[in-house]
Design a protein around this ligand. Sequence first.
Ligand code: BES
Ligand code: MN
Ligand code: MN
Length: 461
Amino acid sequence: MTADTYANDHFELFLDQLKTLARIPSCSWDGFDFVHLETSANQVADFMTESGLEHVEILRIPGVHPYIYGDWLHAGADKPTILLYAHHDVQPPMREELWKTPVYEPTIVGDRIYARGIADDKAGIMVHLASITSCLKSTGKIPVNVKVIIEGEEEIGSAHLMDFLKKYSAKVQADVMVLADVGNYDTGIPSLTISLRGLVTLQVELKVLDHPLHSGIYGGPIPDPTIALSKILAKLVDDNGNLDIPELNAMIKPLTPTERAMYKSLGMTQEILRDQATMEPGVDIFGEDDEILERMWRKPSLVVNSIESGSRKSAGNVIMDSVWVKLGLRTVPNISRKSAIELLKKRILELKPWNVSLTFTEEARGDFWLTDSDHPYFEATRIALKKGYDKDPVYVGSGGSIPFAGPFSEALGNVPALLTGIEDPYTNAHSENESLHLGDFKKAIISQIYLFEELAKIGKK
Ligand code: BES
Ligand code: MN
Ligand code: MN
């Protein structure tokens, strides 16, 4: 039997394994019970062993959520070694009451399956394990050498990435890496991602008073902290939705004519975006049709992740003492996270009115990443995706971040990084009702089997 037939025949088994993984609430965020990351790591390790991988091991750095490793290195020294990456930690559920199916009980509705982490990124783990299982159980071998790394702290910014690479760089040496953690341009359209944005987050607290005051007695002479914050926020973005920090904007690497043509050929329109993002009717979209993808993939963007001053329940007639906001700034080539944080802070301080007192808590996250696609392994991936999806693949950028991508590829000697994945515009990653398209899940597994074959054909480069 061939590996692709095996995958086709055993899809239900792989789906069951995916469900088992998604039942584990492996959220890596502070305040969640980290015992689930241990359970999840053990479960991934068990599935790795079942798949036929060897040297399966939970890699530990003290105080860091567990990584899992396994390899199969018997394809021969002339064959490339592929490092397969995914992550087993997930985002928090957001507002649980808004889920239409149970958050941690995978539920099939139509052609999709719903649960937190089902697409981001437990499906990525299963694409690796299912493609390996299918090769080993059908033919007894994989056409290439493989190493699998499953990370446990991606959703909190991979803070220990450098420690990990320092400790394990010998173990993870490879000729090429495949990160199954991004998305397809649309359902059924196989996509190869060649750029990522970075992310920095900044918490800002403005304080005016020691405690809230009666707004009737004191309202008038005393500045309101949320109004002070609003004045700052309102000036960080201009009327056309552009980040208004000139020094940062000056660093943006413009699109090349080739990139511009590639973006244009994808045909994004305001109408498509409005539909995919499920926007309220009538709300403006920034940018004309042919600027939208550039804005999402190659322009910095600032959002308010959360804002707090008092609460709806206790919205009394008071002047609040303070306000807190968490800002997320997506960075792009060539804005380093260091410049992003520094210039954002500088601008906020310039805009701060009324001498309110202000404190910053910054969290540097991932850096932007950009690759060219000249290496023959990219063409190999295109061939494999085309065969697996029976559809022409597209090159895309992505607005999300994977902190591992850049540093990892560098630590391996600037090896090519192939970014694939099975999120799609309807996945709702990080939000409520996250889901995965079942048909694409299967196609992704089969494509990866073909990718092993195509990379083997090319050999080491
Ligand atoms: N899988 C996503 C990244 C992604 C998704 C990229 C879809 C492109 C398309 C990843 O799990 C993620 O969410 N990353 C975080 C990184 C952050 C914590 C540094 C993000 O982008 O918010
Ligand atoms: Mn992910
Ligand atoms: Mn994510």
